[in-house]
Design a protein around this ligand. Structure first.
Ligand SMILES: [Zn+2]
Length: 460
């Protein structure tokens, strides 16, 4: 059995960094330490002097090949996972949507089939519950036992995705009874629908109105309500994509009381400003994503929330729709623009540049937020999220002296734009190993096809 050794780099884990060599065998990390002098036959040595060795990114919020708002996300499991790998993410947890008229188990099986043999990195699923038909919760135990240990509910999008409070309560308590956890999209959908109708009636049909229909309070109210509903259900709760200062405060209050409430934010809420909604023409549709981008005040609160540990995870919410597709569906009515944007490829580097290099978070915190904590939160530890003996050899080689320019022209995401167009960031991801296999080099996918494995996740 042959060996691989990454020599001379600086190994960064959430608990600390150390100059060390990493020995890999059969897809696993065999040892971390001063190993260069070891004489081993049949070994490939890669010089990583001056490089950072990071655990492969774990992105627990993506929507690949996902039916949504009358269309399907532009990246499927082949293209989306290739893009992820090129950007240093080696594990995804993707949302399996419940399709209208289908049982949860049927929808899960269909989503599984989309990923199988196509994904190039390891993946798991969350099960979205959008219709609590009779008997739906009876399937929860089987779903959790099959390794899908988390559910998702929406408090917005009435008529398609939204569950009313009673149904959400039921999902929470039945999920926690079988050891699952529930991810919540927290926005007050009914009020958003009213505000959106007002804007349309006033002739404000353009994409910039998306933001106006979803003011911060629509998130904050829903976060506070969900926390209380989870208390009544005696269930843990995980908030996806928090975007506001008030949401961070609500989660902090709950955590101060030792309630099992966790929160995530996304790359774009930390780095992009609401002024993008003021762009002329249809341009603002690029950032018609949900919740919308906010002001600097909210961004500062999110960074503080990350530093304080109130928010524990940064995900991409990769939910890509090409601008042409957004235009086709929503040119005359912003409510019909599919909500979402790309991000799985650039999450790691944008967080490194905007977080670490701008002095907002430490290198170790960056690793925690993008790999270690999401792996732990969603039952993927200890195999994923750390460079330690016995873990999967998912390793990112990052050159801190390099630089990277992001562009739609060169990205691997199957998209006709990126919100980070033209950004030049410090740092370059030179190589990415997934279970010991070199899968990406300098932004190009070089691994084998369909190599990703389904990950059975454990319960909390
Ligand atoms: Zn999402």
């Amino acid at each position: 059995m042959s060996y691989l050794m990454l020599t001379g780099g600086r190994v960064v884990n959430s608990g600390g960094s150390v100059d060390a060599d990493v020995l890999v065998r059969a897809g696993k990390i065999e040892a971390v330490g001063r190993l260069a002098a070891l004489s081993i036959a049949d070994i490939e040595r890669i010089d990583c002097t001056g490089r950072l060795l990071l655990p492969g990114g774990v992105d627990v919020h993506t929507h690949l090949d996902a039916p949504m708002m009358g269309t399907t996300t532009s990246d499927d499991f082949a293209t989306g996972t290739r893009a992820a790998a090129c950007g240093g993410t080696t594990t995804l947890v993707d949302f399996a949507m419940q399709a209208p008229g289908e049982t949860l188990l049927q929808s899960l099986e269909n989503h599984r089939a989309k990923a199988h043999g196509r994904a190039v990195i390891d993946y798991g699923f969350h099960m979205c519950v959008t219709d609590l038909y009779d008997g739906a919760t009876d399937e929860f135990a089987e779903i959790v036992e099959s390794g899908v240990s988390s559910f998702k509910v929406f408090m917005a999008y009435r008529g398609t995705l939204m569950l009313h409070d009673g149904a959400m309560f039921e999902v929470l308590r039945k999920s926690s009874a079988v050891g699952g956890q529930v991810c919540v999209h927290a926005e007050n959908g009914d009020i958003i629908d009213r505000l959106a109708a007002d804007l349309i009636a006033a002739g404000r049909t353009g994409p910039g109105s998306h933001e106006l229909s979803r003011p911060p309070s629509t998130e904050i109210e829903a976060v506070r309500r969900a926390i209380q509903i989870a208390r009544m259900a005696d269930s843990p709760l995980y908030f996806v994509h928090l975007s506001t200062e008030g949401a961070v405060e609500a989660v902090a209050e709950a955590r101060a009381k030792d309630w099992a409430v966790a929160g995530e934010t996304c790359t774009h809420y930390l780095t992009l400003d609401r002024s993008l909604y003021d762009a002329p023409g249809f341009e603002a549709a690029k950032v018609v994503l949900t919740p919308p981008l906010r002001t600097e005040e909210h961004r500062d609160a999110l960074w503080r929330g990350l530093r304080a540990g109130t928010l524990g995870v940064v995900s991409s919410d990769h939910c890509p729709f090409c601008l042409e597709e957004k235009r086709r569906l929503g040119q005359d009515d912003f409510r019909a623009i599919p909500n979402g944007g790309p991000g799985v490829e650039h999450r790691l580097l944008v967080m490194y540049a905007e977080g670490v290099r701008k002095g907002r978070i430490s290198l170790e915190k960056f690793v925690d937020l993008t790999a270690t904590a999401p792996a732990r939160q969603f039952g993927l530890s200890p195999a994923k999220g750390a460079i330690v003996r016995g873990a999967d050899a998912d390793i990112v080689v990052l050159d801190p002296h390099g630089s990277t320019t992001i562009s739609a022209e060169t990205q691997n995401q199957r998209m006709d734009y990126t919100p980070y167009e033209g950004w030049t960031l410090p740092g370059a991801i030179e190589a990415v190993y997934a279970r010991g296999e070199l899968v990406a080099q300098n932004g190009k996918y070089v691994g084998s096809e369909g190599r990703g494995r389904f990950l059975e996740r454990s319960t909390l």
